[in-house]
Design a protein around this ligand. Structure first.
Ligand code: PLP
Length: 338
């Protein structure tokens, strides 16, 4: 099976840029959902915590339990408590959900400031606090999410305003219950939209991994891609002019060509739509259909770099780097290179 190589140097470089932008390491929460966007959750958790990051964000409780030892708090975005843990907090995504929570759990209230995906409306804040308190829960945060922070439009501004307007009201109400709240709304792109960070925390995913893409008119921080995907050679042959390789023979050699198969396929996250139309950063062409567990390239190298920036692979299949990274097979070998 292929190998994922990770650069500590790139990860630390990205953390330096983020910490500088938001005003310190203490404001960073690393987003480690979906196996840390394919990078390997415990590897990234370990390295981020050595750097000094104290907060993390995941989707599921079991993802949180896997990395909780590295952090002071882990926020679970998309699941109500199953077994619970004193260092976990849970995003509350609706009023109805409150009744399902066991007493004593720490929650962070999600406000729908315009994405219309999850969360309560701003005018339900008071009702939500009353219900949270009545259920015996402790509210430790108020949060939201930008729907288009990476594009230049007015959207970032009005979501930002709705959130900021809510803060004093939330703080006043929280006093009644003795809660102290933290506020956070920004993902990676959001964190780079303004020179000042007005919140207690930012939730950074894609920037941490060095694959943030912003509208060309917006700031372009010089992140470095952390992950590269490598294939190991299985077999090499010379394809004679006129011979075809792989399923359905969609690629035909126009002259004698050295071709090797490598041990990564669509089961490992190599999106099949890139079949016959992808070239590696070193200029090596992918030939024919990608199979489940292997793919052919015009090369005889023992170890082949397939991509060192997920956004480039994503472009060849018409998607985004996030999807390519999140779909990388959990069983691929992962190792640090520096
Ligand atoms: C995934 C996610 C993030 C991180 O987004 P990036 O664009 O990768 O920085 C932040 N907040 C929430 C709620 C998310 O689901």
């Amino acid at each position: 099976m292929g190998t994922i190589k990770l650069s500590r140097e790139a990860l630390r470089h990205n953390l330096d840029i983020i910490a500088h932008q938001v005003g310190g390491k203490d404001k960073i929460a690393v987003v480690l959902k979906d196996n840390a966007y394919g990078h390997g959750a415990t590897l990234i958790a370990d390295e981020s915590s050595r750097y000094g990051v104290k907060q993390a964000v995941v989707r599921l409780e079991r993802e949180a339990l896997e990395i909780v030892e590295y952090f002071e708090n882990v926020l679970v975005l998309g699941e109500i408590p199953i077994q619970g843990h004193p260092k976990l907090s849970y995003a509350l995504n609706s009023l109805e959900e409150i009744a399902l929570y066991p007493k004593g759990v720490r929650v962070e209230l999600k406000i729908d400031t315009g994405m219309h995906r999850n969360g309560i409306t701003p005018d339900q804040l008071e009702e939500a606090f009353v219900k949270i308190a009545a259920q015996g829960l402790v509210c430790v945060g108020v949060m939201s999410h930008f729907r288009a922070a990476d594009t230049l439009s007015s959207e970032w501004y009005w979501q930002r305003r709705i959130f900021d307007t809510l803060k004093p009201k939330a703080l006043d109400l929280a006093k009644l219950y003795g809660w102290s709240l933290r506020f956070h709304i920004s993902n990676s792109a959001g964190a780079f939209r303004s020179s000042e960070c007005r919140d207690n925390m930012v939730r950074v995913g894609i920037a941490l991994y060095g694959c943030l893409q912003m509208d060309p008119t917006l700031p372009q921080p010089a992140f470095k891609s952390v992950l590269s995907l490598w294939g190991n050679r299985i077999a090499t042959r010379v394809l004679k002019a006129g011979q075809r390789v792989g399923y359905n023979g969609i690629y035909e050699a126009t002259c004698d060509e050295v071709i090797s198969t490598y041990d990564v396929g669509y089961a490992n996250g190599l999106d099949r739509l890139a079949s016959d139309r992808f070239t590696t950063p070193e200029g090596v062409a992918l030939r024919g259909r990608i199979s489940m567990d292997n793919a052919a390239f015009s090369s005889d190298k023992e170890e082949l770099l397939i991509f060192d920036n997920a956004n480039e692979y994503a472009r060849s299949v018409g998607t985004i780097g996030y999807e390519i990274l999140a779909c990388l097979d959990k069983d691929l070998k992962r190792e640090w290179i520096d």
